[in-house]
Design a protein around this ligand. Structure first.
Ligand SMILES: CC(C)(COP(=O)(O)OP(=O)(O)OC[C@H]1O[C@@H](n2cnc3c(N)ncnc32)[C@H](O)[C@@H]1OP(=O)(O)O)[C@@H](O)C(=O)NCCC(=O)NCCS
Length: 217
């Protein structure tokens, strides 16, 4: 009885991170601060957008932005997935809208895909009540997609991403944003937070199609 109780207590008080590590799982956390990221290393196959070391620096930069948010999945001290949020770049039309936040990138190491990490990162990020104050947009540029690694063709991959982001409430939106129209497979998705004002929603809707407004065809 005493022995059994002792064994149980040992498991019950085991640090969740170590336990996850021992059973080969991952943990999702965030928004993480830059110091925490500095302490961790990147999985060596996290190279979809840039080499892992550069990607780690990019995550640190985003975490240091006042509005920046980085969520990660990690196995022990190794980052095997992340998702980032920040204000749109100055060149983008969406930077003119103060309530728009951009979902910049999501990447899961090829060693860890199809285990629900992408969906779990999205869920964690959108469980944050802060998100209800924003219109979150993401532009899916097809040249960033891992067609080779996934074995999918372009529009199949687009459907996969639409379903994945759809799980967090993002919906495809038609737009004449040149970043999107540059390639027929590119897609804009957006989610309007519950606390976004009516004026901000109207402004966002008016920004979807701007060419005619500016007298450009
Ligand atoms: C897209 C990506 C983030 C998905 O991450 P993931 O952790 O593998 O995704 P999940 O395991 O959470 O899958 C969620 C759903 O997406 C779909 N999906 C993901 N990968 C898929 C694949 N290779 N084939 C078919 N469906 C897939 C499935 O519907 C899946 O649900 P299911 O497993 O219940 O069928 C990952 O493949 C990746 O990092 N790709 C390279 C970078 C990229 O394309 N980023 C998006 C543009 S920024």
């Amino acid at each position: 009885m005493v022995t059994q109780r002792g064994e149980f207590m040992e498991v019950a008080y085991c640090d969740a991170g170590s336990l996850a590590f021992l059973i080969g799982e991952y943990q999702i956390e965030g928004p993480v601060n830059a110091k925490h990221l500095e302490y961790l290393c990147m999985n060596e196959k996290m190279s979809n957008f840039r080499p892992p070391a550069q990607q780690k620096n990019a995550l640190i930069e985003i975490a240091n932005l006042p509005e920046g948010m980085v969520y990660i999945s990690r196995h022990g001290l190794e980052i095997n997935g992340y998702i980032t949020f920040h204000y749109p770049d100055g060149y983008s039309r969406w930077s003119r809208h103060s309530a728009v936040l951009e979902l910049g990138a999501i990447e899961i190491s090829p060693d860890w895909r199809r285990r629900g990490i992408g969906a779990a990162l999205l869920k964690k990020a959108f469980d944050n009540l802060k998100m209800e104050n924003y219109i979150v947009v993401t532009i899916e540029f097809c040249w960033h997609w891992d067609l080779k690694g996934s074995g999918m063709e372009t529009f199949e991959y687009q459907r996969m991403l639409a379903k994945l982001f759809g799980s967090a409430g993002l919906q495809k939106r038609a737009t004449d944003d040149p970043d999107v129209t540059e390639h027929p497979a590119n897609v804009l998705m957006a989610r309007v937070g519950r606390k976004v004002s009516r004026d901000d929603v109207i402004l966002f809707e008016s920004m979807l199609f701007e060419r005619n407004m500016a007298g450009v065809n």
